[in-house]
Design a protein around this ligand. Structure first.
Ligand SMILES: [Zn+2]
Length: 349
């Protein structure tokens, strides 16, 4: 069986939309018909070659999506045919079956345990979660990466408490989910920092008490006007090393904590005045907001469907798979917060 995929054949060049041959399922693998794919900053970095030399090309892309199970390989117990599922790069229970290898034009096409820029994908059982509740398939895409990473940073990593002062640096898809989680827990104030006016406007809609344009003013000075001692907690989701430094500097002495989510460019170096550690501040890392899909996706789904936030507005008007390059470009330029690719759409004008 063949399927259509938007492949990265060479970094820094447009994706190639082409048919690839789907391999036979190995134990622990699942064939999923993709309904929606999200587009994340990670794919922009892969596409542009920001992560350095890419030894996997040609390869499939995408790590958050929703779909329907068509077929399961042997030993798969977590999902069955016709299940609606969330596809996520974050590993849950189930078999780690490794990446699939597709065939195209006499060449091998690599793929990780989960990929989503294609109409059908071979996915490792542990990257699938049965769609929780009645969450619509488009909004549920956020459960693949943006929601567990952003919400998990607040709940699992920082363990925010009511009344904590929180700053979120970078209010794209992940940052907005962090911001929403902070607002829901009763954090106060909640400050969103982003150079992009669209993303600042979204931060306001999602409950930020203050927004700051870092291209206009001194961010730390502005934060100290709001919270003189510095914020209790900071989330960095911009991927810019200088912003990671700002995030730790924005926290208060004796207990301030900042978590870095953003992926920096290959070769970037973070420079930090080491006195921040003597002041009792902590700089933390995280792997997908320390989220555990089987434990957390149900509760994150309830928060997304609470109706308290216009979560659909966080996603773009859907692109077709043919427009995957455009989606990457619009995310890279900041025009769109979280591009959504809808597989049933065909480019017809
Ligand atoms: Zn992602």
């Amino acid at each position: 069986m063949k399927t259509e995929a938007a492949l990265l054949v060479q970094t820094g060049t447009p994706l190639i939309l082409t048919e690839i041959e789907i391999p036979a399922l190995k134990p622990g693998q699942v064939l999923v018909e993709i309904t929606y794919s999200g587009v994340c900053g990670t794919q922009v970095m892969e596409w542009r070659g920001d992560k350095g030399e890419d030894k996997w090309v040609p390869h499939c892309l995408g790590h958050e999506g929703t779909g329907v199970v068509l077929e399961t390989g042997s030993a798969v117990t977590k999902v069955k045919a016709d299940d609606k599922v969330v596809l996520s790069w974050i590993k849950g229970t189930g078999i780690e079956a490794g990446g699939a290898v597709y065939a195209w034009d006499g060449r091998k096409v690599n793929a990780g345990g989960v990929t989503t820029f294609q109409r059908h994908a071979v996915v490792s059982e542990n990257r699938l979660t049965v769609l929780p509740g009645n969450l619509p398939m488009d909004v549920a895409v956020l459960l693949g990466c943006a929601a567990p990473t952003g919400m998990g940073a607040i709940y699992n990593v920082l363990k925010a408490q009511p009344g904590d002062a929180v700053a979120v640096f970078g209010t794209g898809g992940i940052g907005l989910n962090a911001l929403m989680a902070a607002v829901l827990v009763g954090a106060m104030p909640v400050i969103g920092i982003d150079p992009n006016p669209t993303r600042r406007a979204l931060a306001k809609i999602y409950g930020a008490t203050h927004v700051i344009d870092p291209s206009e003013i001194d961010v730390i000075g502005e934060i100290k006007k709001i919270v003189p001692q510095g914020v209790d907690l900071a989330v960095e989701s911009s991927g810019v090393a200088a912003v990671m430094e700002q995030a730790i500097n924005a926290t208060r002495q004796q207990g301030g904590r900042a978590v870095v989510i953003g992926n920096a460019k290959h070769g970037d170096i973070l420079s930090l005045n080491p006195s921040v550690f003597n002041q009792g501040k902590s700089l933390l890392g995280t792997w997908g907001g320390d989220s555990v899909p089987d434990r957390d996706y149900g509760r994150f789904a309830r928060l997304l469907s609470s109706g308290r936030f216009p979560v659909r507005d966080l996603l773009s008007k859907p692109y077709s798979l043919e427009e995957a390059d455009q989606a990457l470009q619009d995310l890279a330029s900041g025009k769109i917060g979280r591009p959504l690719i809808e597989m049933s759409l065909r480019r017809s004008g």
